[in-house]
Design a protein around this ligand. Sequence first.
Ligand code: SF4
Length: 398
Amino acid sequence: MTVEHENFARKRRQTREVRIGKVPVGGESPVCLQSMTSTYTHDIDATVAQITRLAAAGCDVVRVAVPDRKDTAALPEIIRQSPIPVIADVHFRYQRALEAVAAGAHKIRLNPGNIKDRRQVNEVIRACRDAGIPIRVGVNEGSVVERQDRAVRASEQEQLARGRDHNLVQLMIRKLEEYIRIFEENDFADVVLAAKSPDPVVVIEAYRAISQRFDYPLHLGVTHAGPPETGRVRSIAALATLLAEGIGDTIRISYAADPIHEVEDGKELLCSLKLRCRTEPELIACPTCGRIEVDLFKLVTEVRHKLATIRAPIKVAVMGCVVNGPGEAEGADVAVFAGKGRGVIYVQGEQVRTVTEAEMLDALYEEAVAFAERVKRGEARLSGDEVAINPPKAKPRP
Ligand code: SF4
C-alpha cells in the first residue's frame, strides 16, 4: 500500500465502536460489509446455504427478515450454523424483536417509526441492553413521511413539495433525532444509524449531515436501487463518495437480484478504495481500440473465470497490444500482451514466454498460478504497483 493509500484509509471519521457478534463496527475497525438473505428465514436449510455462500464471498455480517413467529423460531438453528453474525430485521411487531434477542441474534434492525407504542420500543431496548447487542436505527425515504396521522402527513408532504431533496434530508434528520432521543432516554448508546433513499444525492446529503451531528457508527446504503445493471452505478456513486470522505462504518449494496452480487460489488468497492485488503487476483484489462488483433473480450472473460481459483492478491493484466499495453499494465505481477496471433507474457516486468493465441489463456493461467505459489512460499513479493514493464524485446526468452 502506498503512503497515499494509507493516508486515505486513515482519513475515516471517528465513531463509537459497537460489536455485531465477533465483528467490530465503527471506531478503528475496517468498514464492515453486509448483505441480506432473500430466502424465507423459516426455511433453515435454504437460509443457512445462502448465508454460507455470502460469507465465502466476503460478507462480514448478514441480515435476515423475521416477519413471523416461525422465522424467529428458526433463528437459533440459523445462528448456530451461520459462519458470520446474524442480524434480525424487524418491522412493526416488537414481539419479533424480543424473540430474536432471546434467540441469540447479534443485532436488531429496527425502525421505531414503525412501532407506535413507545413502551414497546423501550422494552426492545431493555432486552438488547440485557443481551449486550446493538440496534440499527434507520429511516428510509419510503417510510419517513407520516402515514397514520393525517394532519402530520399533510404538513410533511407540503414541506417536501416546497423543495424535495433538501427538505427530505431535513425530515430524515428530524425523524432520526426523534428516534435517537428514545434511545438516549433509555441510556442506550449501542446504536448504528442509517438513512436510506433510492436517490444517491439524498443519501450523500443525509449522511453528510448525520455524520456532523452524531458519533454513532453509520450504516450506508442506497435502498431499492434495482437490479445490478441499473443499481450498481447508483449505489456506488453514493457509497464511494461518502467512503472517500471518511463517512461510513458498514455498507450494504442492495440489488433486486441474488445477494451474492451485493457482496461481490461491495467487496470490490472496498478493495478499490483501499479500505479492504484484496485476497484474490485483481484483473486489469485494456478497453481495446482500433489496434486490437485478437478477441480480447473473450480472453478477458475466460481469464477472469480461471483466476477465481487462485487465492492470492496478484495483479494480472490482459492487454490488447504492445504499443500502449506495457505502459498501461505497469505494476502487474503477470501480464499478457496480445497481437498478431501471439501473446507475450511477462512476470514482474520480465518477459518470460511468447505463445500462440490459442495457448495464451492456459499459459497466462500457468504463470499466474506459479507466481502465486512463489508468493505463498515467500520466494516472490507482490509488485505493489512498483513493477516497470518495458515493451517486448525483439527476441523473447525461450
Ligand atoms: S493496450 Fe493497445 S489495444 Fe488495448 S486499448 Fe491500449 S492501445 Fe488499444
